[in-house]
Each structure stands twice: as structure tokens, then as C-alpha cells.
Design a protein around this ligand. Structure first.
Ligand code: ATP
Length: 307
């Protein structure tokens, strides 16, 4: 494993009884990278993150976090990680300050309260408030502060902006950018496509326990999925065209026109179209959101079926 690698996962397999949550996950995150981890519900995001923390044990495969095995060296690994779980369990009777102190004690680290104060001020969180009186979004902020407050080398964040209003989401993005600028590696799961597009340098998409795509957001848009609007000179049944491998009929605005989505090379499509009277062919830009939906929902032929 390279000196420059923060996370390395190879062929990771984790089952919960009959449920295969991870079916051979392979993933590398470089030191200092800010990587978004996306996938539909139940895809295996939380399971991957919890394996990295040594909180659950995989049945097979290897993992390294800064060169350490999180199963064998869980204490040393966790000391370098700030972790925001999807559901943070907090004692309702504690104050925010008490809860943060509790997390600091768990990590056995000295708390830099000046830094904590800066974080809570920026997130408009009051240290003396009781946890039980906090809204869902404010509880999420406690989770974010406890993950950041030790200035860890690696942040593992499960849905960091869940429940936050747009202004607070922006503040969290700023905090993450600042952490990255200070050298922190960040690996976060999310369902919010605009969020991932806005902050992640690289996206990793998991579906059904397997990583199916890795790319920079802009690369993903230009990658495998293309969309074409094809106008024929006369009404042409598009059956032969839409039955091609990788092709999905998105829309048929009128009898002379079809909109297709194609995954992979366009060679067969062009050759097939050559025998029809095509009057116009336009390539359309796919937004990141559309790319994700195609991955999430599955294209024709079951190649992308979820679940
Ligand atoms: P979400 O976006 O909904 O949080 P996820 O991508 O984080 O989903 P996981 O929570 O990792 O997905 O779940 C992966 C699979 O493992 C799912 O089928 C889930 O039902 C199953 N699973 C997760 N935890 C357990 C558990 N403790 N016992 C049994 N099955 C589990």
C-alpha cells in the first residue's frame, strides 16, 4: 500500500445472515482526497464505513486505513478517524457541551474548546442546550462537531447534511473544504446529488454491494451514458434501434422522433441508423442527476437493476 493511500479495500465481503451486504468491494482513497460515496438505499454504504471503523467484521477481503488493519488495530485506526454515524445516539439529559465532552473522553483526546466554540458558533449550536430539546437538524450538528473536533486525519461521514437547512448545509461544505485544505481525507456518503456535485472531487457509486463506478463528477457526466434525439424523415418504427444492446428508449415526442439513451459505444447505433432516413441527430447533455438516476433505477435489460 502506498504512503499516499488513506483507505484501501480489497474484495470485501460482508453478509448479515442470508443478506449479502457487500459482495466484493474494491476501493482506494488517496490521502487528502474528498470522496463522495453514493448508492441507493441498502446498497452497502453504511456497512462499508462501519467495516472501516472496525465496528463490524467482514467475512472476507482486506482493508487498510493509513496502512493499519481496522479489525486488528481498531483502537489505533479509530484514533485517527472522525466518524459521523447515520444515526448518532445521544443522551437526552446531557447538554451539548456534556455530549461533546463525552465523545472527547471516548476518544481519549484533549479537547480544544476554542476550536469547538468556533465550530458551534458557525453552526449556530448552543453548548448549554439540552440534547432532548434539540431539533433533528441541531442534533445532526452535534454529530458533525464531534466528528470534526479532534481534527482527525480521516473523516468518515454517513450522510453529513441530513436534516440540515440549506444555509447550514453550505456551512458544513465550507467546514469540509477547510478540513481538506488542512490535509484531512474525507469519505462521505450521500443521497443528495447536488451536494456531491458541489463538494466531491471524486464519486464512488455502490449498488447491490459492489462498486459500479468511480469518477470525477464532470467525468461521469461525459462518460458512458449519452442521449440522442433522432428525427426521421418519415415515421419509422424504432424497434430495431431500441432493441440494440445498451440502448433505452427515453421518449417518443412524435411519430418521426425518438430520444434514446445509450451506454457504451455508439458504433452499433450509428450502423443501424444508417439504413433509415435520418433527417437530424442531436446529442443531448445529461445532468449528473440523470446519470445517477440511470445507475440507481437501472437501464433496460436489467443491467442496472437495483436490489
Ligand atoms: P441507506 O442508504 O439506506 O442507509 P446503505 O447503502 O447504507 O443504505 P447498508 O445499511 O450498508 O446500506 O445495508 C446494506 C444491506 O445490508 C441492506 O440490505 C441492509 O438491509 C442489510 N443490513 C444492514 N445492516 C444489517 C444488520 N445489522 N442486520 C441485517 N441486515 C443488515
Amino acid at each position: 500500500m502506498s504512503e499516499l493511500t488513506a483507505i484501501e479495500i480489497k474484495d470485501l465481503i460482508k453478509s448479515y445472515g442470508p443478506v449479502q451486504a457487500l459482495r466484493g468491494v474494491n476501493l482506494t482513497v488517496k490521502k487528502g482526497e474528498l470522496v463522495g460515496f453514493l448508492g441507493p438505499n441498502g446498497a452497502g454504504k453504511t456497512t462499508t464505513i462501519r467495516c472501516l471503523l472496525g465496528l463490524i467484521r467482514p467475512q472476507a477481503g482486506t482493508m487498510r486505513v493509513f496502512g493499519l488493519d481496522p479489525v486488528k488495530n481498531s483502537t489505533a485506526v479509530r484514533a485517527r478517524i472522525g466518524y459521523l454515524p447515520g444515526e448518532l445516539h445521544l443522551d437526552g439529559n446531557q447538554s451539548v457541551k456534556g455530549a461533546l465532552q463525552y465523545f472527547a473522553d471516548l476518544r481519549r483526546c484533549n479537547t480544544d474548546w476554542k476550536y469547538v466554540n468556533q465550530l458551534t458558533e458557525r453552526l449556530e449550536l448552543h453548548l448549554d442546550q439540552r440534547i432532548k430539546n434539540l431539533s433533528k437538524g441541531n442534533k445532526q450538528k452535534v454529530g458533525i462537531v464531534q466528528a470534526l473536533m479532534s481534527k482527525p486525519d480521516l473523516l468518515l461521514l454517513d450522510e453529513p447534511t441530513s436534516g440540515l437547512d440549506p444555509l447550514m448545509q453550505q456551512e458544513v461544505y465550507k467546514l469540509l473544504h477547510e478540513a481538506k485544505a488542512a490535509g484531512t481525507t474525507i469519505f462521505f456518503s450521500s443521497h443528495i446529488i447536488s451536494e456531491v456535485e458541489a463538494i466531491a472531487e471524486r464519486l464512488v457509486i455502490i449498488r447491490d454491494g459492489v462498486i459500479i463506478e468511480e469518477a470525477a463528477p464532470e467525468q461521469l457526466v461525459n462518460m458512458k451514458l449519452r442521449r440522442y434525439r433522432i428525427r426521421f424523415r418519415k415515421a419509422v418504427p424504432p424497434v430495431e434501434v431500441i432493441n440494440l444492446a445498451g440502448v433505452t428508449l427515453i421518449d417518443q415526442p412524435n411519430e418521426n422522433e425518438i430520444i434514446l439513451q445509450i451506454e457504451g459505444e455508439v458504433d452499433q447505433l450509428i450502423k443501424t441508423l444508417a439504413s433509415y432516413p435520418v433527417s437530424d441527430l442531436q446529442s443531448e447533455h445529461l445532468s449528473l442527476e440523470e446519470v445517477f438516476l440511470a445507475y440507481y433505477q437501472g437501464a433496460k435489460g436489467g443491467k442496472h437493476n437495483v436490489g
